[in-house]
Design a protein around this ligand. Structure first.
Ligand code: ATP
Length: 241
């Protein structure tokens, strides 16, 4: 139905061996939304993304994407359905050029040369710095530029849902601002985004809705603006201001 969420997570549990890390998470993302998941270090944010993208098995509960039950699908099939994850810590291939790194994002449509060239042009328009450095080895880019490259590579697959894991991690404040500007722009262009962040203020500042994850449970779910004004959230995640 048109009102059904694009992504629907219900009662999701996930474990590492005997240790359960997600204790029944409910969450949804509608088409075109930018949803932020905030929470302390170790709350289970990364595990939640990894479980959605099929890298980590769900032990209980279900994940529906675009009306299909993808809970037990292997990761490659989930990518094929249009869910693309940019992992924490920007994994680019250092010796390859920036452009070759981007081309890897189009591996499923490599033969469609015209399409790949169009997509590259679109990414270079979004990230002019990548156009400038297209022939440089990715390893010579700054941390922020590598993060942009990782996002650009994910976008080249034209994902229907983009999962971003801590894009601001380890970046200087100015670069953090730039990354969030880019994510906001992607959202404005219609990309559906699920964003995991420890930088709660910045993430909620651009999100439509947010979830607060506390030790594997959703403690709060609300419009991002309401979370930004919530006294408990301010004290726990926004430095009390
Ligand atoms: P961070 O911001 O540090 O990534 P997070 O909210 O994303 O935190 P997770 O990385 O999902 O949290 O970790 C949740 C819990 O699971 C933590 O207690 C962590 O120690 C544990 N954990 C994560 N990965 C593994 C693993 N591969 N094996 C065992 N335990 C793990």
């Amino acid at each position: 139905s048109p009102e059904a969420p694009l992504l629907e997570v219900r009662g999701l549990r996930s474990r590492y061996g005997p240790i359960e890390v997600l204790h029944g998470v409910d969450l949804e993302v509608r088409l075109g939304e930018l949803v932020a998941i905030v929470g302390a270090n170790g709350a289970g944010k990364t595990t939640l993304l990894r479980t959605i993208s099929g890298v980590q098995p769900a032990s209980e509960g279900g994940i529906r994407f675009d009306g299909q039950d993808i809970t037990r699908w292997p990761a490659h099939r989930i990518v094929g359905a249009g869910i693309c994850q940019v992992p924490e810590g920007r994994q680019v291939f250092a010796p390859l050029s920036v452009e070759d790194n981007l081309r890897l994002g189009a591996y499923r449509r490599q033969r469609d040369r015209a399409w790949v060239e169009e997509e590259l042009a679109r990414i270079y328009e979004l990230f002019p710095i990548l156009a400038e450095k297209r022939r440089e080895p990715a390893g010579t880019l700054s941390g922020g530029q590598q993060q942009m490259l990782a996002i650009g590579r994910a976008l080249l697959g034209r994902p229907r849902l983009l999962l971003l894991d801590e894009p601001s991690m380890g970046l200087a404040p100015l670069l953090v601002e730039e990354i969030f500007r880019v994510v906001k722009r992607l959202h404005e262009e219609g990309v559906t985004v699920l964003l995991v962040e420890q930088n709660a203020r910045a993430a909620l500042g651009i999100a439509d809705r947010g979830y607060v994850l506390e030790t594997g449970r959703v403690a709060m779910a609300a419009p991002a603006s309401a979370l930004l004004e919530d006294e408990g959230v301010r004290r726990a995640y926004l430095g009390g201001h």
